[in-house]
Design a protein. Structure first.
Lengths: 220, 387
């Protein structure tokens, strides 16, 4: 995964916000990459661009050597479904669905039969140690448990890239530890992991540590 | 997991809102179906009565308006404005069988009832009347009453009873078998007696005629106009006049039901718009896990369509139930002479049912289009950044 001169300017309001001012980076396949930096300096914006949730004002994102600026909206959706898993800071889950259904939703647009969906969802729930909570609604789960369900969902379609935006930012240290252990496990599975985090413990484990300051990469 | 399952889970998540939105479309549909079903049944009833009248031509004075003509079908009292000689002239025409009617009003147990003066023998044959109880008139000036079936039922009158007309008691001599026409709701006396009692000697209200050859209706019309200064209408013209009147009443009622449906449609739009704002974050999550804009569109259209399907089904059931309850009241109501004594039945016309449900679906899907389009247009990051 690679970016070239990524720039993002929000100019919907009267004052233009320069969230990113030219970010070029390369994250090799299977790398464990952490993005740090002060709040409001463009970390989430970068992660959204990497995940094709938003379009850069200038520059491009390359995934598996393919320039994502050349893909249409439908192709981007398919790319997200197949190659990228997301975990956000909070409110990751659909409130009307149970834990296991939340994971199944991620497979809704693929080719799996309902049975295969259920089997895969249960396998992933087991992996994050929440099989016994399969039929609990998000409101019945703790913050840490919800994040573990989100991680399981991000893996549903066996993507090669996982993008996480402060996955432990909202958790107490104990559930943070638990969530982190699952993140490390995922990295050992050979997936590319990109995490926006303020967590030093995570950052120390990073193979690539990127610091964003005022929309630019600070060389480390 | 599939889209339909997701939609059903979403819809039932907020139970209160789900029920109230559903009620809106259900009530709108129920009003629509009830009025449609009642209207259709009234039409059928009027048509049946018109056929039961048994005449193909009606001879009336020249200056009668449409309302007077309709009153012939409804069995209301009409002015006595034709001379008896006109009847004799019409009846004398080759190929025409005719009977005179003299209609007047009286009251039975304080309810207005039509008194009809007839030529006993001619009328019995013309109408193919059958007597259910007692003996039919034996002379043309007998001071007695033959009662329509419906009147006897409604006022619980029997052979030993009598009815007071213009201060004179008339014994009930016979009760007719049910005819299904407005003969069921009239009191019959010999023409001469009615003329005398109401002091309109020599006059009648109108003439009903049958013709030997139905294909030459126009020929007979011309023949009648030649012998008398009258106007002639066919039963078909009469029927279409009544039906068009009924049609415009129905149209008005259906328009009201239409307004109820439009209100219900806005209820759906409102619910869906609220749902979009509430679920903005969830739309973002769905986009992030690979939902296309078109999938989001589908989810929301399906959701509003489901309201239509459920509301349509419930509305049809409720509407038919309401019209089953209301139909007897319409038949009873004294201000509706047209259908007085009629048996309005609530039919389960599968065509109306299917059409209503499709209609509900179309309305609800249409109401969902704009909200769904709005939802599908949210960019993933707009939706995700919303907290
Ligand atoms: N949708 C948006 N519209 C306008 N400005 C935005 C939007 N999203 C982010 N920004 C601005 O862009 C800058 C970077 O935001 P963000 O990437 O969320 O920072 P971080 O994740 O590092 O805290 C901030 O100044 C923020 O206010
Ligand atoms: Mg952020």
């Amino acid at each position: 995964m690679r970016t070239e001169g990524l720039t993002k300017t929000y100019d919907k309001s009267s004052v233009a916000t320069h969230a990113l001012r030219g970010v070029s980076l390369e994250i090799p396949q299977g790398a464990f990459c952490c993005i740090t930096g002060p709040s409001g300096h463009g970390k989430s914006t970068l992660l959204h661009l990497l995940g094709t949730l938003d379009k850069p004002t200038e520059g491009s994102v390359f995934i598996d050597g393919k320039n994502t600026s050349e893909l249409n909206e439908g192709e981007l959706a398919t790319l997200r479904a197949e190659k990228i898993g997301f975990v956000f800071q909070f409110f990751n889950l659909l409130q009307s669905l149970t834990a296991v259904e939340n994971i199944e939703v991620a497979m809704m647009f693929g080719k799996r039969s309902p049975k295969e969906q259920r089997a895969q969802a249960e396998k992933l729930l087991d992996m994050v140690g929440l099989l016994d909570k399969a039929h609990a609604k998000p409101s019945e789960l703790s913050g840490g448990q919800q994040q573990r369900v989100s991680i399981a969902r991000a893996l549903a379609n066996n993507p090669s890239i996982l993008l996480m935006d402060e996955p432990t930012g909202n958790l107490d240290s104990e559930s943070g530890e638990e969530v982190m252990s699952h993140i490390f496990k995922i990295h050992r599975m050979g997936k590319t992991v990109v995490i926006v985090t303020h967590n030093d413990e995570l950052a120390q484990k990073a193979e690539i540590l990127l610091e964003i300051y005022d929309g630019r990469l600070k060389s480390c | 997991m599939n889209i339909l399952k997701l939609v059903i889970k979403n819809i039932t998540r907020r139970r209160g809102r789900f029920i109230f939105t559903l009620l809106g479309i259900t009530i709108g549909m129920a009003a629509f179906v009830a009025l449609l079903s009642l209207g259709g049944n009234m039409r059928a009833e009027v048509t049946r009565q018109a056929h039961a009248m048994g005449a193909s031509l009606i001879v009336t004075p020249k200056n009668w308006c449409a309302y007077d003509q309709i009153s012939i079908l409804t069995g209301n009292a009409l002015p006595e404005s034709l001379q008896l000689e006109v009847y004799e002239a019409v009846a004398a025409i080759e190929g025409i069988t005719a009977v005179p009617y003299l209609t007047q009003k009286t009251a039975v147990q304080n309810n207005p009832v039509t008194v009809t003066g007839i030529l006993p023998a001619e009328m019995k044959e013309f109408m193919s009347w059958e007597v259910a109880k007692g003996d039919y008139f034996s002379s043309v000036d007998e001071r007695a009453i033959v009662l329509g079936y419906g009147i006897a039922e409604r006022f619980e009158l029997d052979l030993k009873d009598s009815i007071r007309i213009q201060g004179e008691e008339f014994p009930i001599k016979a009760i007719l078998a049910q005819t299904g026409s407005n003969d069921d709701v009239s009191i019959f006396l010999p023409l001469a007696v009615v003329q005398e009692v109401f002091e309109v000697e020599g006059y009648i209200s109108y003439i009903a005629a049958q013709v030997a050859d139905l294909s030459k209706l126009e020929f007979y019309e011309a023949a009648i106009i030649e012998v008398a200064n009258v106007s002639v209408t066919s039963d078909r013209q009469l029927l279409s006049a009544v039906l068009s009147m009924l049609g415009s009443v129905n149209m008005t009622l259906q328009l009201i039901a239409g307004v109820a449906l439009i209100a219900a449609a806005f209820g759906i739009i409102n619910t869906m718009m609220t749902a979009i704002y509430e679920r903005r974050r969830e739309i973002g999550i769905l986009r992030a896990i690979g939902a296309k804009g078109s999938s989001i569109f589908k989810i929301f259209v399906l959701e509003s369509g489901l309201y239509g399907l459920l509301g349509g089904l419930l509305g049809v059931v409720l509407g038919l139930a309401v019209s089953a309850l209301v139909a007897p009241l319409i038949a009873e109501s004294s201000f509706n002479d047209l259908l007085k004594g009629a048996q309005i039945e609530v039919s389960l016309d599968p065509g109306i049912i299917a059409l209503s449900i499709i209609f509900a679906l179309v309305i609800s899907v249409a109401s969902g289009l704009y909200p769904a389009w709005k939802a599908s247009r949210l960019t993933p990051v707009e939706a995700i950044s919303y907290e």
